[in-house]
Write a protein that binds this ligand. Structure first.
Ligand SMILES: Cc1cc2nc3c(=O)[nH]c(=O)nc-3n(C[C@H](O)[C@H](O)[C@H](O)COP(=O)(O)OP(=O)(O)OC[C@H]3O[C@@H](n4cnc5c(N)ncnc54)[C@H](O)[C@@H]3O)c2cc1C
Length: 291
């Protein structure tokens, strides 16, 4: 690992000023679970590390009208055990619970996960299905992007040089909704997913027909992605074998997995259809229980 300066500013303004001063040579560090590995492997060699740990206000989880806002420095463990997240967004709490081991969850942060943009991560999948928006702050001011527009390519985001993720705003689902995150990992429980699916289903008041559904997929493309063609088959429909088969087939057509040690591309495509069917069924049943 190369030698570097370590800075621990207490305000966002100071962070932005240091990033402006050092340009490409500076890198922010949150939990360090990805960055330190990349530095050890000499994939990145920053001469200045800017810790976000002491920056005030980045670690809050709070209710805002109809949504929950999580600061960028909220750790996966804090997201998992937060009473507010458990009550308002139980599927997100469950998703954090499925990340790696408790030691990693204590270190890794939400902002780090989003900025790192590894398509095998779990929280981005559920956040995408929930329609989350990313808060971004830079020298030019603040902006917000839907998560789908934030991820651009393999490990690439819409962050411009010198910009930071400051938080994520996650809307609550309507009352007649259910949501599920499923992580298919045939090897060990602390592995990255072979295929990950998050599904939300909002039902009509008759409790039978779907009003709206969202499907997000992880580990099956260069970014987490929405299964838009699959979703489009659902409004107005009742749950059934034929529908689930058609939705699974549509989802298969939307993914572009890589072959790796977790499975061949063809296997991951087949498992996408299976996991989408399971996730939709469970989300649908969860919605019916809430009626
Ligand atoms: C062994 C292992 C297993 C794992 N398994 C899983 C898994 O199964 N599922 C899963 O979802 N995750 C898993 N993770 C975690 C995941 O891969 C990332 O390591 C983690 O999400 C990164 O978060 P961090 O806070 O540690 O980021 P860091 O390592 O601190 O930073 C990562 C990158 O993001 C940048 N960055 C950090 N914060 C910000 C910010 N607020 N704004 C802008 N840029 C920022 C950094 O400059 C760096 O480029 C695993 C990690 C390890 C080490």
């Amino acid at each position: 690992m190369n030698a570097f300066d370590y800075r621990a500013p207490r305000t966002l303004e100071e962070v932005l000023a240091i990033l402006r001063e050092h340009g490409d040579e500076a890198r922010v560090i949150a939990g360090g679970t990805a960055l330190v590995t990349m530095m050890r492997q000499r994939l990145v060699r920053p001469s200045c590390l800017v810790s976000l740990r002491d920056v005030q206000g980045l670690g809050r989880i709070e209710a805002t009208n109809g949504a929950v806002r999580l600061g960028a420095m909220v750790t996966h463990r804090e997201g998992e055990i937060s009473p507010l997240v458990r009550e308002r967004l139980p599927v997100l709490s469950e998703t954090f619970h499925r990340v790696a081991t408790i030691r990693i969850r204590h270190m890794a942060t939400l902002g780090g996960a989003l900025a790192h943009a590894d398509p095998n991560q779990d929280p981005p999948v559920t956040l995408m299905a929930l329609g989350a928006r990313v808060e971004i702050r830079g020298a030019e001011g603040q902006r917000e992007l839907p998560l789908e527009e934030f991820f651009r390519d393999y490990y690439e985001t819409a962050l411009a040089p010198g910009e930071l993720v400051t938080g994520v705003v996650v809307p609550q689902l309507p009352a007649t909704s259910g949501a599920v995150f499923l992580k298919y990992l045939p090897r060990t429980a602390d592995d990255y997913a072979t295929v990950a699916v998050a599904a939300t289903v909002t039902l009509e008041l008759d409790g039978e027909r779907c009003r709206e559904a969202r499907i997000a997929l992880g580990s099956v493309g260069v970014t987490p992605l929405r299964g838009r063609a699959a979703e489009a088959l659902l409004p107005g429909e009742r749950l059934g074998e034929h529908l689930l088969h058609a939705v699974g087939e549509a989802a298969k057509g939307e993914v572009d997995p890589l072959s790796d040690h977790r499975g061949s591309a063809a296997y991951k495509r087949e498992m996408t259809a299976v996991m989408v069917g399971r996730a939709l069924t469970q989300a649908w049943q969860a919605a019916q229980q809430r009626l």
